[in-house]
Ligand binder design. Structure first.
Ligand code: GN1
Ligand code: MG
Length: 358
């Protein structure tokens, strides 16, 4: 792997890359400086089966990190190197290196003395809300169409429903018949869930740059437990702010698991919801009235979208998500659908909490 590194503009001496067990999509390695005090690096092989336009993906990351760096400097921030990721170019000035075998590699400067968290508490949810709110705010004046969709139509529910319809029409592994209740539940919500796309076409709902994977483990925290930097920028792309608010709530404000086999475990955790909302609204000062109004809907939309995506994969015979047992995608589908139902029940409470912090 040393011969991969030699293509990048790394000025100091470094040790052999050590594999890291993070994420399911890319392969990651840590590359330590030999001399104390010098820079270490983060090497990744990009999964180009999922991210087919690596050039566009890397340009997205460069634009976003440049923009944030500029914003931080303007605000007179110190320690900027720890607050935004920095890509290391190749020696011929490219943002990635493609091997003769067709593997794509990239290098970031490593942000040291930082760690990520898996568990969310109300206290960390508030900090996470501030961090993702600040991230969106820093990018609010970057025209959304300067970035490409690193996965086309990633959070477009109309497209996801079309994929489901195609899967159901083909029913390649004969799983459709036993799922009539799920299909009915999805169909009865179609119209409502396509509202955001309709409002966009009518010019009423704006697009912004979003992270599109707002899980707590995509925030680096310093030793004092303060968020310093947002990472995992592969899915940063144009979309609705509802995606980022909704996906955090989908993953964190759920008393059950994403794939909980016991549906009775699944409720909205309103303490986490409130804490994240408080932090998010403190920082996301750019929101328009319609975006604020639609935030509870955004939570349902993202849970519904994940229901549709897991279910499509189940019908297709489990070709996208890694599964741990044969019916895993069906269990995930039912758990996400239950979360939609639970979010519907507390929609008014969510609205009241949001209004408290506006
Ligand atoms: C995938 O691999 P992970 O957990 O970061 C997926 C997300 C889904 C999530 C569901 C590129 O993310 O969109 O919400 O699984 N990422 C991609 O758990 O498809
Ligand atoms: Mg991820």
């Amino acid at each position: 792997m040393k011969n991969i590194l030699q293509h990048f503009a790394i000025p100091n001496q470094v040790a052999d890359p050590q594999p890291l067990k993070i994420g399911f999509i890319n392969d990651s390695f840590i590359v330590r400086a030999i001399k104390k005090g010098e820079k270490s690096y983060f090497l990744q092989r990009i999964n180009h089966h999922i991210f087919r336009n690596v050039e566009g993906l890397q340009q997205n990351i460069r634009k976003v990190t440049d923009h944030i760096r500029h914003k931080l400097a303007e605000a007179g921030e110190t320690d900027i190197d720890r607050k935004v990721l920095e890509l290391v170019p190749t020696k011929d000035g490219k943002l990635y290196y493609c091997t003769p075998e067709g593997d794509y590699w990239r290098v970031y400067v490593l942000i040291g003395n930082a760690s990520s968290q898996e568990k969310v508490t109300p206290a960390s949810a508030e900090l996470a809300g501030e961090a993702f709110g600040r991230f969106q705010c820093q990018l609010a004046d970057l025209p959304f169409d300067e970035l490409c969709e690193s996965i086309p139509n990633f959070h477009n529910i109309e497209f996801r429903l079309q994929q489901l319809d195609e899967a159901l029409a083909a029913d390649p592994v004969g799983r459709k018949e036993a799922c009539a209740d799920i299909i009915a539940a999805i169909n009865s919500r179609r119209d409502e869930m396509c509202l955001a796309e309709r409002l966009f076409r009518e010019g009423k709902l704006p697009k912004h740059i979003n992270h599109c994977d707002t899980k707590v483990n995509n925030i680096l925290f310093d030793e004092a437990g303060r968020p310093i930097c947002i990472v995992d920028l592969d899915t940063v792309m144009p979309g609705f702010v509802l995606s980022d608010f909704g996906d955090f709530m989908r993953t964190a404000a759920n008393t059950g698991l994403e794939d909980d086999p016991n549906l009775d475990n699944i409720h909205v955790d309103l303490d986490i919801f409130e804490a994240y909302t408080r932090g998010y609204l403190k920082e996301a000062t750019f929101l328009t009235d319609i975006e604020k109004e639609l935030l509870p809907y955004g939570c349902r939309l993202l849970s519904y979208m994940q229901t549709v995506r897991f279910f499509t994969d189940y019908i297709n015979g489990d070709t996208y998500y890694k599964i741990q047992y044969p019916e895993h995608n069906l269990v995930r589908t039912r758990a996400q659908l239950r979360l939609v139902e639970e979010q519907e029940k507390v929609a008014d409470q969510m609205k009241a909490i949001i209004n408290k912090y506006l």
